[in-house]
Ligand binder design. Structure first.
Ligand SMILES: [Zn+2]
Ligand SMILES: [Zn+2]
Length: 251
């Protein structure tokens, strides 16, 4: 029976004593927005969210080429609720337009021809692009990744911000609690503080790029990136903290 045929007005449902189709509401109304909210985190994919909701996770996991991209299935009659999964997209396609210039000051230098290669190419290639004779060892790549991560962390943790008011242009590392925490600290200035350069969100995106690259080309170096992602904790939702304001009566 189609959704239209099964649907009843609230009055009619009460009169006939009908029960709501809980599974349908979970799959159609609850799962898609939660999955969209959780997209920036790496922790909750749509299958896992389905599992938390008590739905069959196998129906929410894989790629579904018929999706319209926003997680809402046009076909409400069939097998519903599958979300687009980007976990399987190749890193070279997914990060095609990623600005990797932050990695460009870390170089791998060939011991044979002395030509330097930037870190991203060095991760991708097994041997020197110029002479083809020198193997690019993963142990060396690990060291370079360690260096670039430290460099990026330093940039992100400096925390400099600049007032966006043209009359003010104050530069500060002071954090204010007014408004959204971005009000300029200068009295009588109505400007907003904008992060200068590199934020912890930028750091997170760079680390994720690096991690996916490592997964494809240098699996033995993934752990070092994973460590930095965990330390940054940008994508972590602490549910205990989040719901700490809520108490359940009688517990
Ligand atoms: Zn070379
Ligand atoms: Zn200002």
């Amino acid at each position: 029976m189609s959704v239209a045929e099964r649907a009843r007005s609230p009055d009619e449902a009460i009169r006939l004593g009908l029960e709501p189709d809980v599974a349908w509401y979970k799959a159609q109304q609850i799962h898609p927005p939660i999955a969209r909210l959780c997209t920036p985190t790496q922790l909750a994919d749509s299958a896992r969210i389905a599992e938390w909701l008590g739905l069959d996770p196998t129906r929410f996991g894989g790629n579904n080429s018929g999706e319209n991209g926003d997680g809402i299935n046009d076909d409400l009659l069939g097998d519903t609720g599958q979300l687009p999964e980007d976990a399987n997209i190749d890193v070279d396609i997914k990060f095609k337009d990623f600005d990797s210039s932050k990695f460009s000051n870390i170089l791998w230098k060939c011991g044979k021809c002395k030509v330097a290669t930037n870190l991203i190419s060095a991760i991708r290639n097994a041997s020197c692009l110029k002479c083809g004779e020198q193997k690019i060892e993963t142990v060396h790549i690990r060291n370079l990744i360690g260096l670039v991560i430290r460099d990026l962390q330093n940039q992100a943790f400096l925390g400099w911000a600049k007032c966006n008011s043209e009359d003010c242009n104050a530069i500060t590392r002071q954090v204010t609690v007014e408004g959204a925490g971005d009000h300029c600290f200068q009295e009588s200035c109505t400007g907003r503080l904008k992060p200068l350069h590199f934020t912890s969100k930028d750091l997170h995106q760079h680390l994720i790029f690096l991690m996916e690259l490592a997964k494809k080309y240098r699996p033995e170096a993934v752990d070092i990136v994973q460590e930095a992602v965990d330390a940054n904790a940008y994508d972590t939702i602490n549910l205990v903290d989040l719901f700490s304001a809520l108490t359940i009566r009688g517990v």
